[in-house]
Design a protein around this ligand. Structure first.
Ligand SMILES: Cc1ncc(COP(=O)(O)O)c(C=O)c1O
Length: 397
């Protein structure tokens, strides 16, 4: 079979790959602690599930309008006004099958061969793959611990060329958990307006920010940047609805229209039942969300504290999302039974076989000096997983 060049070039998702591997080992009876998962371990709130059951029982099981039902688009517009200080008409909102699908539509609608799109590293690898899939070129700028993984105007300026058409921001960030602060976002917005660069702002983890951190939507900063920005969100992480596949974008009518046209020729509407569930999630009680955030906060504090007790490992305390991104390059060069740990993949593979702990190598996110651990697993599992990691790392010579 001769596949298209496009299909041959695409890499499978590393996070899904590691989760699948851990699941397979578990099915074989090996008890693996999985720090790989990119989804909350909490159940979808019961009011949301009940709304979906009602939708089925009431026969709400047919095609809907391609960009989503009017009530849901209106509820998203209302949410954006209330939470994000952004005013959009429902017609400037599209609902798609998860944020990933929204991004796919957006990147396809905006970028093509000859365009450069800036992405800050460490990044969520899907950005790169989708940009490349459209024939455009991702241009990477590197952030690190010295600036708390913050993206800055100065950094972005170094990457701008005549071909720069877009910038993808991700706040809170997967994998670092960094939340870009207002001051930096203002400077980035000014730069984007000056240079006429489109911004795709992936705010999938917006509800998961801790302590004094503030989530700011760049499009809310002034009318000029709003004209250039597509704000992307999802119900996946905030409402523990990863399997329901509901994400959305709001932005300039012209871009939304192009995305709707693309969606009309690919998936059509997102699932009718999931749309009803999403409507309930956004308009119903919000207590489950606060409980989940509180639990994540406890886990984050614990995991960061414990990781920092391991010699050769250092970990910043992230302000958002549910990931930690410890630097582990201090372990490189060490050996176990003659095998040398030279990079993040070696370490992840060592931890999987020796400690039965699944983590994602940082190389999947553009930094080979790190690994990513999700703390979307119970405290007991976090405790056990860290204990195993410490023991296995202690065996390295
Ligand atoms: C930064 C980021 N954006 C988008 C997504 C995808 O979200 P969804 O499940 O809604 O497609 C993820 C999932 O891991 C993510 O980390």
């Amino acid at each position: 079979m001769r596949l298209s060049q496009r299909a041959s070039a695409i890499k499978p998702s590393s996070t899904l790959e590691i989760t699948t591997l851990a699941k397979k080992m578990r099915a074989e009876g090996i008890d693996v602690i999985g720090f790989g998962a990119g989804e909350p371990d909490f159940d979808t709130p019961s009011n949301v599930k009940e709304a979906a059951i009602r939708a089925i029982q009431e026969g709400f099981t047919k095609y809907t309008p391609v960009p989503g039902i009017d009530e849901l688009r209106a509820a998203i517009a209302k949410k954006l006004e209330k939470d994000n200080n952004l005013v959009y008409r429902p017609s400037e909102v599209i609902v798609s099958c998860g944020a990933k699908h929204v991004l796919f539509n957006a990147i396809m609608a905006l970028f093509e061969e000859g365009d450069e799109v800036i992405v800050a590293s460490p990044y969520w690898e899907t950005f790169l793959e989708q940009i490349q899939l459209m024939g455009a070129t991702p241009v990477i700028v590197q952030t690190d611990e010295s600036t708390d993984f913050q993206v800055t105007r100065e950094l972005l300026e170094t990457a701008i060329t005549k071909k720069t058409k877009g910038l993808i921001l991700n706040t809170p960030c997967n994998p670092t958990g960094a939340v870009i602060n207002r001051e930096h976002l203002k400077a980035i917005a000014d730069l984007a307006v000056e240079k006429n660069i489109y911004v795709i702002s992936d705010e999938t983890y917006e509800k998961l920010v801790y302590e004094d951190a503030e989530h700011v939507s760049i499009a809310s900063l002034n009318p000029e940047i709003k004209e250039l920005t597509l704000t992307v969100g999802a119900l996946s992480k905030s409402y523990s609805m990863t399997g329901w596949r509901i994400g959305y974008a709001a932005g300039p009518a012209e871009v939304i229209k192009a995305m709707v046209n693309l969606q009309s020729q690919s998936t059509s509407n997102p699932t009718s039942i999931a749309q009803k569930a999403a409507l309930e999630a956004l308009t119903g009680p919000q207590e489950a969300l606060s409980e989940m955030r509180l639990e994540f906060l406890k886990r984050r504090n614990y995991i960061v504290q414990e990781l920092n007790t391991i010699p050769g490992v250092s970990c910043l305390k992230p302000k958002g999302a549910f990931y930690v991104f410890p630097k582990v390059s201090g372990l490189y060069g060490r050996t176990y039974q003659g095998r040398i740990i030279s990079n993040s993949k070696d370490l992840a593979s060592y931890l999987l076989t020796e400690a039965r702990v699944a983590v994602v190598p940082g190389s999947a996110f553009g930094s080979d000096q790190h690994i990513r651990l999700s703390y979307a697993l119970s405290m007991e599992h976090i405790w056990e997983g860290l204990h195993r990691m410490k023991e296995a790392i202690g065996k390295l010579l």
